[in-house]
Ligand binder design. Structure first.
Ligand code: FE2
Length: 286
């Protein structure tokens, strides 16, 4: 299994030096690297943002060992975890990593997570160093408590981690939450929220911003996801149907149409992730 994939280097030191001479004295300034880990079976992506020998993990998959190994190889520490939403299709290792490393976990204040965490809301900023920061976007639609994270370098948006809100060529399904009696109404409400998310949160981003979702092709969190590993806002604006609907009604009808089945374990996983799951190893030994 190809669990790791090199994606992107930070700005070159030479480039930074020419554009901003004050940075030449600090040869690590503005440098970062985004590592993508793939769980092929679930078509799920975890991201490690590496900078200053520190790592921020986004949506860590069930087994945390590859992330510990990655940190060791880079002589780095995992300093934070961001959960974009409580996943329905897999169990996240956020709680396990917290128990081992006391790593800060950031997630939406709307989730009311039951594990120790830092609740975040739209516009909040996590400062990484003098050059890098993470900006939180409230991006409901796949779930009411979905957030995206914009990586900014020297005040320029570089990448957005979209969870299951914006996917490659699609958006996340709006029917995997709120399993109450009026489910049609709840799905329509989330679909409307997704319309606003596309219009007000993703459309204003620059075309050059890289798009890193939590899932790729084949995932049941999406419907018609393109089989690629990364994209850009510009490409999605041109080619993703979600950006092309004239009005909310057309958008809602389109994303509620022909949805795949919902595996029975999905509601269970959402609650498990909201609570924080037990470690993986004892479970495997049982
Ligand atoms: Fe999801």
């Amino acid at each position: 299994m190809n669990r790791r994939r090199f994606l992107k280097n930070g700005a070159s030191i030479a480039g930074i030096g020419i554009l901003a001479p004050r940075l030449m004295v600090d040869k690590t300034a503005g440098m970062y690297h985004i590592e993508q880990f793939t769980d092929e079976g679930l078509s799920q992506f975890t991201y490690a943002i590496l900078f200053d020998q520190k790592i921020v993990l986004v949506d860590p998959s069930r087994d945390p060992q590859p992330f510990y190994d990655y940190a060791d190889r880079n002589n780095a520490s995992i300093i934070a975890i961001i959960e974009t939403h409580p996943h329905a299709d897999f169990v996240s290792s956020h709680a396990e990593i917290y128990r081992k490393l006391k790593t800060r976990i950031y997630t939406s204040d709307k989730l009311h997570a039951k594990y120790p965490h830092y609740p975040v809301k739209d516009g909040d900023v996590i400062t990484l160093n003098n050059y890098l920061l993470l900006k939180i976007l409230d991006t409901p639609g796949h779930s009411p408590d979905s957030i995206s994270i914009v990586l900014q370098e020297n005040n320029i948006d570089k990448a957005v981690f979209t969870g299951d809100a914006l996917l490659f060529g699609d958006v996340g399904r709006p029917d995997l939450r709120e399993y109450g009696s009026n489910e049609n109404e709840q799905r329509a409400s989330l679909a409307k929220a997704m319309y606003a998310t596309i219009k007000n949160k993703y459309t204003p981003l620059a075309d050059s911003v890289a798009v890193y979702p939590a899932h790729g092709a084949g995932s049941l969190c999406g419907n018609a996801t393109r089989n690629v590993k990364s994209s850009t806002i510009g490409y999605e604006k041109k080619n993703n149907h979600a950006f092309h609907h004239a009005d909310e009604a057309g958008f809602v009808a389109a994303i509620l149409k022909d949805l795949p089945f919902i595996p029975k374990y999905f509601p269970y996983d959402v609650e498990l992730n909201r609570e924080g799951a037990a470690d993986i190893q004892p479970g495997i030994k049982k």
